[in-house]
Write a protein of this length. Structure first.
Length: 428
């Protein structure tokens, strides 16, 4: 997985330490240990996130801006969370916007950008993306904006970059791109696509929701104009986060209530934030930083520790992914979608979409997920809101995919148990 910054060499991920941080991993289902392969839909959280949320509610619960102790502590907590996410994204704290989720934040930006657009303007989206990075832009068709589509290579579910480049022109006002596919795990060449957009005078909007738990994000190096992610996808609470270049956050005009300040980033945060969950955001970033310090004690800053953490996470996840893909290739009834060439795994997240080839067995993705769930394996079925991809691959009408999502708290033993279960279920 491409890294844009460098940390000193670090040791192997301490999986025992990692799993001890997540209390939910101790659950059982029908006498079997619960195995959380549902990370793409939302990861589990470490105890420190749970503590941060409950501590805030117990001790500091107040609205912001109050001229009293809990109000001031809330203001300090919000500032601390912005600083934590600034370290996570490599941007300025005033370029960090909090919201209920990525979808809400994307609609807020699309509506603001749409104020200045009309007939003759174009926006480019892709067939590979989650619909939260598609529908907010499709909504601008009501203003006469033309939406164009970048296609994919169906064989390995990679973006057709040549097609994308050919569709960027002088009319293009924004290119909306996913950092990684939440359905099939493909990592896109985002930095190159941002460059293509800027060369045509267009903005670049990056959906990094699925990439965030797997790889280091460097908004400064990407030079993107906007980037969104969701903290519940990288071991935090249910919140969304938007990075916006300072100049854009100041220039664009958000729809907002009149009393809300015009100062950034607050002018983009509608209503009272979910303060207890914002407190949990700092805790989830600090968990990753502490993980990095364990693998590289020489990390001098939180950003350096985050870099070290993702290097160890990447190595661990790719060991698991290689083992899982190799095992799936030995189950002839299963078809794996996406990149399957080990030489190209740099451009793949450990998120796998599979289907049973012989549909006469009625082993639909839902049936597989249900049978696995009875054995304690938590997986997802369906299209995961990547509806355009499911339609393009002609699986939408028949249940989509079974998605197996690995994150760094998963183990080799869990992978091996899953492969055994899949073999038994598919063969039944």
């Amino acid at each position: 997985m491409p890294m844009t910054e460098t940390a000193a060499p670090s040791t192997t991920l301490d999986i025992s330490y990692v799993r001890a941080q997540f209390p939910s991993l101790a659950q059982t289902v029908n006498g079997q240990p619960a195995v959380f392969f549902d990370g793409p839909g939302g990861t589990q959280v470490p105890q420190r996130v749970i503590d941060a949320i409950s501590d805030y509610l117990r001790r500091d619960n107040a609205n912001s801006g109050g001229a009293y102790a809990t109000g001031r502590r809330t203001d300090a907590m919000l500032a601390e969370a912005r600083a934590a996410m600034a370290d996570f994204l490599n941007c300025g704290p005033d370029e960090v916007v909090f919201g209920p989720n990525m979808t809400t934040l994307t609609y807020a930006i699309s509506r603001a950008i749409g104020r200045d657009l009309g007939p003759g303007d174009e926006i480019l989206v892709t067939r590979l993306d989650h619909d939260a990075n598609v529908s907010p832009w499709l909504a601008l068709e009501e203003k006469g904006v033309t939406i164009r589509w970048a296609e994919i290579h169906p064989g390995d579910c990679t973006l057709d970059v040549e097609d994308l480049a050919a569709k960027i022109n002088s009319k293009t006002k924004l290119v909306a791109i996913g950092y990684a596919s939440n359905a099939v795990g493909t990592i896109n060449p985002v930095k190159e696509i941002v460059r293509l957009a800027h060369a045509a005078g267009a903005l670049a909007f990056v959906d990094a929701v699925h990439y965030a738990p797997h790889g280091l994000i460097d908004a400064a190096a990407l030079d993107c104009d906007f980037l969104v992610c969701s903290t519940y996808k990288f071991f935090g609470p249910h919140m969304g986060v938007l990075f916006g270049k300072r100049a854009h956050l100041q220039r664009l005009h958000p729809y907002k209530v009149r009393p809300l300040t015009n100062a950034i980033p607050n002018r983009w945060e509608w209503g009272t934030l979910n303060h207890e969950c914002v407190a949990g955001i700092t805790a989830c970033v600090d968990y990753l930083a502490d993980l990095g310090r364990r693998t590289n004690p020489e990390s001098a800053t939180r950003r350096a520790a985050i870099i070290a953490a993702f290097e160890s996470i990447h190595r661990h996840e790719h060991v698991l992914m290689n083992r899982l893909i190799a095992g799936i290739s030995q189950i002839p009834q299963l078809k794996l979608y996406g990149i399957t060439d080990p030489d190209c795994f740099t451009w793949r997240c450990p998120t796998l979409a599979v289907r049973v080839v012989n549909q006469t067995t009625n082993q639909t993705p839902l049936v597989l997920a249900t049978k696995l769930g009875e054995r304690g394996f938590f997986t997802w079925d369906g299209n995961y809101y990547a509806v355009n991809l499911a339609e393009r691959l002609d699986v939408e009408k028949t249940g989509g995919f079974l998605r197996i999502g690995l994150v760094h708290y998963n183990t080799i033993e869990e992978v091996d148990r899953l492969l055994l279960a899949l073999k038994e279920i598919v063969a039944a």
